[in-house]
Design a protein around this ligand. Structure first.
Ligand SMILES: [Fe+2]
Ligand SMILES: [Fe+2]
Length: 251
């Protein structure tokens, strides 16, 4: 079942719960002169995501498709979308474009450099390279400056069938997800590298008002404080998972 919710003005969360995995896969459609879809979902989710987009805009008018990192749930449906929407073009950072999309995508992608802005009409999307945050060399975050929406990909991942948007902190749920994954075959889902803290602090400095998460509820409120809390939590877990030798060495 796929649900659609407006989590911020003209920012729509298209959410499909996959019971086998016990998690939601959320795509985001930003309605503007040049509509942008953030994450396509897996190729196997193309039909429900397409139906969700069709409920909001004429799908063939989709102009931009973007995502954090090269992974099936982020961009598995990309080529289905490029075939369905003739004006659509992938937009990705330098690593994502050169390393992955130059070979994978049906049409050339738009390369957007670190901190460069992509304008879609009334919206300004800042591309921020965040290597290995949440994971992957090519990882990035997208920040829509006009509405102050940060698209956080797998950061703040919460399992289960949860509400579309909340003003309650996501930290306890996100901690539980990382603990559950670490205890099973999906361990080391999100690394905490010596650069992770600095990257998260700089994202917090953007002071987003909405955190649009890929798995679980989105958050509305003091996004900067929420990201700082996430950083503290991930750092503590990284020590307990032996990803980091000690807190002292990274401070
Ligand atoms: Fe991912
Ligand atoms: Fe994901």
């Amino acid at each position: 079942m796929t649900n659609i919710d407006e989590i911020a003005p003209d920012v729509f969360r298209i959410s499909t719960f996959v019971p086998e995995g016990g998690l939601q896969f959320n795509q985001f459609l930003v309605r503007d002169e040049q509509p942008l879809l953030y994450h396509t979902g897996m190729a196997g989710l193309f039909e429900p995501v397409y139906a969700g987009v069709a409920w909001l805009i004429e799908p063939s008018s989709l102009r931009w498709i973007s995502f954090s990192h090269f992974e099936a749930d982020e961009c598995g449906g990309l080529n289905r979308w490029l075939a369905a929407a003739p004006q659509a073009q992938a937009a990705a950072n330098m690593v994502g474009t050169v390393v992955n999309l130059s070979d994978f995508a049906l049409r050339p992608a738009r390369m957007v450099m670190h901190n460069e802005i992509l304008e879609t009409g009334t919206r300004r999307f800042r591309f921020i390279q965040t290597p290995h945050v949440p994971h992957g060399w090519d990882a990035g975050m997208l920040y829509e400056e006009t509405g102050r929406v940060l698209f956080t990909s797998d950061l703040f991942h919460q399992s289960g069938q949860v509400e579309a948007l909340t003003s309650n902190s996501l930290i306890d749920r996100a901690r539980q997800t990382l603990l559950d994954y670490q205890a099973g075959p999906f361990a080391d889902y999100q690394p905490y590298t010596p650069r992770t803290g600095t990257i998260l602090q700089s994202l917090a400095g953007l002071q987003p008002r909405t955190l649009a998460t890929m798995h679980g509820s989105s958050f509305t409120g003091d996004g900067g404080a929420e990201i700082n809390k996430l950083n503290e939590m991930m750092q503590e877990l990284a020590v307990s998972f032996n990803m980091l030798p000690s807190l002292r060495s990274v401070n």
